[in-house]
Design a binder for this molecule. Structure first.
Ligand SMILES: [Zn+2]
Length: 318
């Protein structure tokens, strides 16, 4: 028996046929026709699923369930309250997909399904309680408690990027000030770095982008930090400080076995991971016990497909 995992993103849709143990047999993808709206995107997903099943000669009876990771907030029935990048608001996505495909459909937030991929097949496998952060343009995440996905009462959990950890010099996209995301995401690094560069034009970063501050990205900042540039190091250290506060808070609440960090920024983990582990020790309640392991996540591109398929599996056996 198999599961189908669907990774629905703002630019592409990836669909995969996944085994019970979380291996991808075959995958298929296409551009997300955002301009065609909810109906158009849903039809595209259905088309991709059909093509996948045709090319693998798998029958509907061989599919236990379909899991979908969506860039938005969805309840258990797959009703999507909003998905900003898709411009969706209050759409009965899960119900429609189930009706047309005739298969059981489970829908969850994309960061949560990525957490599931780590839990079933990646960095947090074998643990009972874990927290996953996806650190990129923003900060998302997923929490597994007692071997189950925790998503709150309304599907809004777990917006780990929007816990407040201090005062910041700019507001978050959510309207609050001081969200963790605004201190630690790639967007945050770039904004902070730019502000430091105003008075530090001798920085390696300034030369690397030939004075064009709009060309700065997180990778350049980490590369320059690795080479010892003081402005880059200062920028990364501020990220480490606030990420440690955020992680410390989560450890104090959940006492997890593992915290795994994924997303684009995790690819520069060699620059910050060891310092981060040290910094976190300052903020945990039981300072004498180094209880939670902090490590980099395992998956990159396939987390959405594997995670959504395994999410469907977890929901079925729940
Ligand atoms: Zn926020």
């Amino acid at each position: 028996m198999y599961y189908i995992g669907v990774d629905l993103g703002g630019t592409s849709i990836k669909v995969g046929l996944v085994t019970e143990s979380g291996s991808i047999i075959k995958k298929n993808s296409g551009a997300t026709p955002v301009e065609k709206g909810y109906e158009g995107v849903t039809n595209k997903i259905i088309e991709l699923i059909h093509n996948l099943m045709e090319t693998t000669e798998v029958k509907k009876e061989d599919i236990k369930a379909v899991g979908v990771g969506v860039p938005g907030v969805a309840n258990e029935e797959g009703f999507i309250y909003f998905a900003t990048n898709l411009f969706w608001k209050n759409v009965p996505f899960g119900e429609k997909l189930q009706e047309v495909t005739g298969m059981k459909v489970y829908v969850e937030n994309d960061a949560t399904v990525a957490a599931v991929a780590e839990y079933t097949n990646g960095a947090t496998a074998g643990t009972k309680n874990s927290i996953f952060f996806t650190l990129g343009t923003g900060l998302g995440g997923g929490i597994i408690i007692n071997n189950q996905v925790f998503s709150g009462s309304h599907g809004i959990g777990t917006e780990v990027g929007h816990v407040i950890v201090g005062d910041n010099f700019y507001d978050c996209t959510c309207g609050s000030n001081g969200c963790l995301e605004t201190f630690v995401s790639a967007t945050a690094l770039i904004k902070h770095c730019k502000s430091l560069l105003q008075d530090n034009k001798e920085s390696m970063i300034y030369h690397r982008v030939e004075g064009d501050l709009e060309a700065i990205n997180a990778r350049i900042i980490f590369d320059c930090a690795r080479e010892g540039d003081s402005i880059a190091i200062k920028t990364v250290n501020r990220m480490i400080h606030y990420l440690a506060i955020g992680i410390g808070n989560f450890i104090n609440i959940f006492d997890p076995d593992v915290i795994a960090i994924g997303g684009g920024i995790s690819e520069s983990g060699d620059v910050f991971l060891e310092d981060l582990k040290e910094e976190v020790k300052k903020y945990i309640y039981v300072k004498s016990m180094n209880i939670t392991e902090i490590k980099l996540a395992q998956f990159k591109n396939d987390a959405g497909i594997i995670g959504s398929a395994m999410y469907a599996k977890l929901q079925l056996i729940r």
